[in-house]
Design a protein around this ligand. Structure first.
Ligand SMILES: C[S@@+](CC[C@H](N)C(=O)[O-])C[C@H]1O[C@@H](n2cnc3c(N)ncnc32)[C@H](O)[C@@H]1O
Length: 423
């Protein structure tokens, strides 16, 4: 997947990229100045990733694949889409034939699903895409036009959520890209880690403790959390099994409020159908385990991961692991029931990954065989994406087929408290 690195060892961006990042920094400085001298990390992340023309996902630079910053499962091999299509085909006969994909990246998964579902007899399925980035929308359109041109008239891009969804809503690696807020515990107090101008992070400034300054004039600084945020953090940690009062000092993590809000809002609108989410993350008890004391957020730049989100804003992807208990809680509150939760490896193997590989890959093409075998290994290996990535399916409507997990459903872990610790 990605090698870990420190910013000083990252490849130097070209002048155009450096210039784009500096323009984004100027934009961030304005935003910080317009507030109270600090912005939440969620606001920073939203600007760094999605600021029109300047943010990471909003720029034209290639993000996915070998020439980009990271590789996602559908970019690795079309077998991924073939397996997802196998699962969808188990649900589609009883649901409106419409797929709603959020955050479609390069459009690979959409192209794979349209093609695979057609082969399975679902050639009239409508496809709707919600994509924040205009640059990626254009890329998705080009991918689908090149790969499944006859299906293009069944695909539409939407700007706003409909009042109701009927069909299957799906997202691969969407939730990890939604902005998070950062917190830190200090002797029973909840602090929020915010972004300031580096010069304003001086210790003399009242109420702020110094943070790590970046060379471009931004710093991460801790300050007392507002009461609502402090209560949300305390509730999350209690859900993860932490005893009250919180006495730890130095424990840092993040709260994915926007991911939970997104799940709530989509679940409430899901009138009849399934919500299928694939992403990396853990149940709350594992995500907020006391031993995971520096949180999970991470940055990706040219296939290297690093932990400096303030390094050249707009050039790295910034992500955080998904709290799957929070996903499950939000969907349950909206009345959805769980059709299964498990690892990506269990899901893909349950959907016939190994069999599809042998059917489609001829050993006589040695180079193609080796490449496909390597992709398969990345998808299912415990050391790569197989265990870290999880799949959850949530449903409203009549009884539906369970999520195919090859007998390895782990939904009980979503409710476990800290005493169950790791799955
Ligand atoms: C990590 S990429 C995953 C891309 C793709 N699903 C894949 O697996 O290759 C995240 C995607 O979500 C999009 N995105 C982020 N927030 C979004 C939102 N609120 N609504 C729709 N798309 C969003 C990004 O622009 C990007 O296309």
């Amino acid at each position: 997947m990605r090698a870990s690195s420190t910013p000083s060892l990252l490849p130097e961006p070209d002048p155009a990229e450096r210039d784009r990042s500096l323009r984004l920094v100027a934009r961030l400085h304005d935003e910080i100045a317009a507030g109270d001298g600090a912005i939440g990390f969620d606001r920073y992340m939203a600007i760094a990733l999605y600021e029109p023309g300047l943010g990471y996902y909003a720029s034209d630079r290639r993000k996915f694949g070998p020439a980009g910053d990271f590789v996602t499962a559908p970019e690795l091999t079309p077998l991924f889409g073939a397996c997802v299509a196998d699962q969808l085909a188990a649900w589609l006969p009883g649901i409106a034939p419409c797929l709603w994909e959020f955050g479609a990246g390069s459009g690979e998964l959409a192209a794979q699903l349209l093609s695979e579902l057609e082969a399975l007899g679902f050639g009239s399925v409508q496809y709707r895409i919600f994509e924040l980035s205009a640059a990626l929308r254009a890329r998705q359109q080009a991918t689908i036009a090149a790969r499944v041109p006859h299906a293009l008239d069944r695909v539409r891009w939407l700007d706003a959520l409909p009042d109701r969804f009927d069909g299957i809503v799906l997202a691969n690696e969407l939730l990890d890209a939604l902005p998070v807020r950062l917190f830190e515990l200090n002797q029973g107090r909840v602090l929020e880690r915010v972004v300031t101008r580096a010069s304003e992070a001086a210790p003399a400034r009242a109420g702020l403790t110094p943070g790590a300054a970046s060379p471009i004039g931004l710093a991460l600084t801790s300050r007392a959390a507002d009461p609502a945020f402090a209560r949300s953090v305390e509730a999350r940690l209690a859900r993860a099994g932490w005893p009250a009062p919180l006495v730890a000092t130095g424990y840092r993590s993040e709260l994915g409020e926007q991911a939970a809000a997104w799940v709530a809002s989509v679940s409430e609108r899901l009138a009849d159908g399934v919500l299928l989410l694939i992403d990396y993350g853990f149940p709350a008890a594992e995500l907020y385990h006391p031993s995971r004391a520096s949180g999970s957020f991470n940055c990706h730049y040219r296939h290297r991961s690093h932990a400096e989100p303030l390094w050249r804003p707009g050039l790295s992807d910034i992500t955080a692991h998904v709290d799957f208990s929070a996903v499950h809680d939000a969907a349950s509150r909206a009345g959805l029931s769980c059709l299964g939760y498990g690892s990506q490896a269990a899901f893909l193997l349950g959907c016939g990954l190994a069999q599809r590989f042998t059917e489609r890959q001829s050993p006589s093409d040695a180079a193609g065989y080796a490449q496909a075998a390597q992709a398969l290994q990345m998808l299912v290996s415990e050391a790569e994406m197989g265990e870290l990535f999880k799949v959850i399916a949530l449903s409203r409507g009549v009884d539906r087929a369970p999520l195919k997990l090859a007998g390895r459903d782990r939904r009980a872990a979503l409710d476990a408290d800290g005493s169950a610790a790791c799955e």
